[in-house]
Ligand binder design. Structure first.
Ligand code: ADP
Length: 629
């Protein structure tokens, strides 16, 4: 037998769980990705904004300082308008006024050096480019620089009335620069150039005041990429950091806002940072904010989003599991049920209550099981009826064989039995011619042949009337009185011999019934035979036939042995003989009354009797009379 493909246990459930989780997973992944992207972008924007603001703040502070301290730096002499013009030159210095002027300038330089903490040395250069005076901090006059300043950019600017500061250099890691600035007379005419060495430690102070988060910092580099100031790590001052990405950019003059991918690099403190840059004068300002802090919020949000997604996933998985379980369980019940039903248990019913198609499916299954049970029942019935039909046919066949045998045997026996009977009767009529011994033999033989004839007659009758229920075939009107007379005639010899008082009370009219001669002869003979047989010598038999309403009533009354009460109910049974009858006559088939009843009932008649043991019996039967037209 081919096996139906079986669902693997839990396969539907697993599929459902996987699909549900998959369906839930997509929005969760999207949620995480979008939330991360949005947070990241927003944060990068705010980081950029903060860095830009900070850088601008630093720029404005630095610019302010430079403007105040460098670009706006002027030395202006105020003398009465009547005074002669101040000429500062080596030649002119020889005059008295000039000597006075040199003294004034000395005072001014000393004063500036004293009051300006950033200024470390100060000098005057004549318009001819010759240094005239140089004082160090602490009022120390020092040797004059002998170089010709006329070609120096700072001197040229200064002599043109502008301030100028030069390249930044470091002395013991302190950033410094040289400032050139014009020295003006009261008419704003440049009369000399001021040269000062200025330390730039103020930049450090400016930057230290500016903060970006906890770990963000700002620094200032010169044109060579050396750190001039650093808001958090002053020890880095003087370091060359031109390899740092932000520094490279600012040296190229780029101003960046920290928004691009390239703005994320390893900063001067060795951490990955988000950097922004701004070139200012000869410097570059750079802010660097370590990603770790700057993007911490992104990481936190991402973490909590991931945690939320994970929790949601766990919740969805549990729900999916319960849901899948709920869907798969009834299916499994149907599957299990189908296996039980498949094994032939058609009384099994699948119990599924889901109020949906699955419940409908289970109901259909149950309906199908009912049908299968009915089909099986019909098949069983068919098998049984076939077997029964077979055995009935067999029985019928056997019965037919038996009937045929009895019929054939009975008919075959009749001829020799009659021949023997005739011969013995013939010899009996001449009995006086034989010895007394032979006479005795003849008497026995006569009685035996009579019995034999009776048995053969019964057998013939059985074959004719007794098999199954007798059916009257081809009936015709039969004169019952005539038939009775013929039978009585047959018993004349016996009646005479037993000295019986036999009376026949005939009806006044001819009474006919629809029957056959064979049937009528059989029933009348049987009753007359019994009466004659079971009535002792000298007894009385009264036979009467009369019409009672629409029936012919046949009544035969004798003074015979009667029938014991206890055996009365068996009288019409097949092969029954009462105990007293057996004592009286040991030969008999017990079929006569059984067949008589069978025949009478086939005529729509009735048979009954009254009897008293040792006193006599009366047998009655009625048959429908044919009405005279
Ligand atoms: P059989 O006469 O061959 O015994 P029956 O069927 O004719 O068979 O009768 C059945 C039995 O009924 C008899 O054996 C007998 O016991 C009883 N019986 C019938 N008729 C009489 C009768 N007239 N008087 C007494 N008993 C009778």
């Amino acid at each position: 037998m081919e096996k139906s493909p079986r669902l693997k246990r839990g396969k539907i459930r697993t599929k459902l769980i996987i699909r549900l989780i998959f369906v839930a997973l997509i929005p969760l992944i999207l949620l995480v990705v979008f939330s991360w992207r949005n947070t990241y972008r927003t944060r990068i924007n705010s980081v950029s904004e903060l860095e830009t603001t900070t850088i601008l703040q630093a720029e404005s502070a630095i610019k302010k300082w430079i403007n105040e301290r460098f670009l706006g730096f002027r030395i202006k002499l105020t003398t009465p308008s009547t005074a002669p013009p101040i000429i500062l030159s080596s030649e002119a210095a020889k005059s008295k006024e000039e000597v006075l002027l040199v003294d004034v300038l000395k005072v001014i330089l000393r004063d500036i050096l004293q009051n300006d903490e950033n200024l470390e040395e100060a000098s005057f250069i004549s318009l001819e480019g010759e240094m005239q005076m140089k004082i160090l901090k602490g009022d120390i006059e020092t040797e004059l620089e002998t170089e010709d300043f006329t070609k120096t950019e700072g001197f040229i600017k200064g002599s043109e009335g502008q301030s100028f500061f030069g390249k930044i250099f470091f002395e013991e890691k302190i950033p410094k620069t040289i400032l050139f600035s014009p020295v003006l007379d009261p008419q704003d005419k440049t009369i000399a150039v001021f040269k000062g060495k200025v330390n730039l430690t103020s930049f450090q102070e400016i930057l230290e005041d500016i903060e970006i988060g906890r770990t963000g910092y700002l620094y200032l580099v010169d044109r060579d990429g050396n750190i001039i100031a650093h808001s958090q790590k002053s020890e880095l001052i003087g370091e060359n950091v031109k390899e740092i990405e932000g520094v490279k950019k600012v040296l190229r003059g780029e101003s960046r806002r920290g928004l691009e991918k390239e703005d994320r690099y390893i900063g001067v403190c060795g951490e990955k940072v988000i950097g922004a840059t701004l070139p200012v004068f000869n410097f570059g300002i750079i802010t660097e904010w370590p990603e770790k802090e700057a993007l911490e919020i992104v990481r936190l949000i991402l973490n909590s989003t991931l945690r939320f997604a994970l929790l949601t996933l766990v919740a969805i998985t549990s729900i999916a599991f319960l849901f899948a379980q709920g869907v798969a369980r009834p299916i499994r019940e149907i599957q299990e049920g189908s296996k039980i039903i498949g094994k032939g248990n058609f009384d099994y019913r699948i119990k599924v209550k889901t109020n949906d198609e699955i419940e409908e499916l289970a109901e259909n299954f149950n309906e199908m099981t009912k049908d299968l049970k009915e089909v099986q029942r019909l098949r069983d019935v068919e098998i049984k009826s076939k077997a029964l039909a077979k055995s009935l046919a067999k029985e019928r066949e056997l019965s037919e064989v038996k009937d045929t045998f009895i019929k054939t045997a009975a008919h075959q026996l009749r001829t020799p039995a009659s021949a023997i009977k005739l011969a013995i009767e013939f010899l009996s009529e001449k009995r006086k011619e034989f010895s007394s011994e032979i006479q005795e033999f003849l008497d026995d033989a006569l009685s035996g042949t009579k019995d034999l004839a009776n048995i053969v007659n019964d057998l013939v009758a059985v074959s004719e009337f007794g098999f199954g229920r007798y059916k009257l075939e081809n009936p015709k009107p039969i004169d019952i009185v005539k038939v009775t007379e013929d039978i009585i005639d047959k018993y004349k010899f016996e009646i005479k011999e037993k000295k019986l008082n036999f009376q026949f009370q005939k009806p006044p009219e001819i009474l006919q019934c629809q029957s056959t001669l064979r049937a009528m002869r059989f029933i009348t003979q049987n009753l007359i035979d019994n009466a004659v047989c079971y009535t002792k010598k000298g007894g009385k038999i009264i036979l009467s036939i009369r019409k009672v309403k629409n029936f012919i009533e046949f009544k035969i009354e004798d003074t015979g042995i009667g029938i014991p009460d206890s055996e009365k109910k068996l009288i019409f049974s097949e092969c029954f003989r009462a105990s007293n009858a057996i004592e009286q006559k040991n030969v008999g088939t017990g079929l006569g009354l059984y067949l008589t009843k069978n025949i009478i009932e086939a005529h729509n008649g009735k048979i009954w009797f009254e009897s008293e043991k040792e006193k006599g019996s009366t047998f009655y039967f009625t048959l429908p009379v044919i009405k005279k037209v």
